[in-house]
Write a protein that binds this ligand. Structure first.
Ligand SMILES: [Zn+2]
Length: 61
């Protein structure tokens, strides 16, 4: 399917990431960024989990 670029109105494929005419980015949300963010949140939760365990262990000693 062909769409027109918002910047230059050049006819481009909707599967293209950027406009070949002016380089305008058509897809801002990339799955790689999304998974990286998920991994960050996962590591954050793991860090919180370790911190809670650390606090519990400190209370007992
Ligand atoms: Zn364009």
């Amino acid at each position: 399917m062909l769409i027109s670029c918002k910047e230059c109105n050049h006819k481009i494929s909707d599967k293209a990431n950027t406009c070949p005419n002016c380089g305008y980015p058509l897809r801002r949300i990339k799955p790689a960024v999304k998974s990286k963010e998920g991994l960050f949140l996962k590591s954050m939760n793991f860090g919180c989990f370790l911190f809670i365990i650390f606090l519990i262990l400190r209370k007992h000693t």
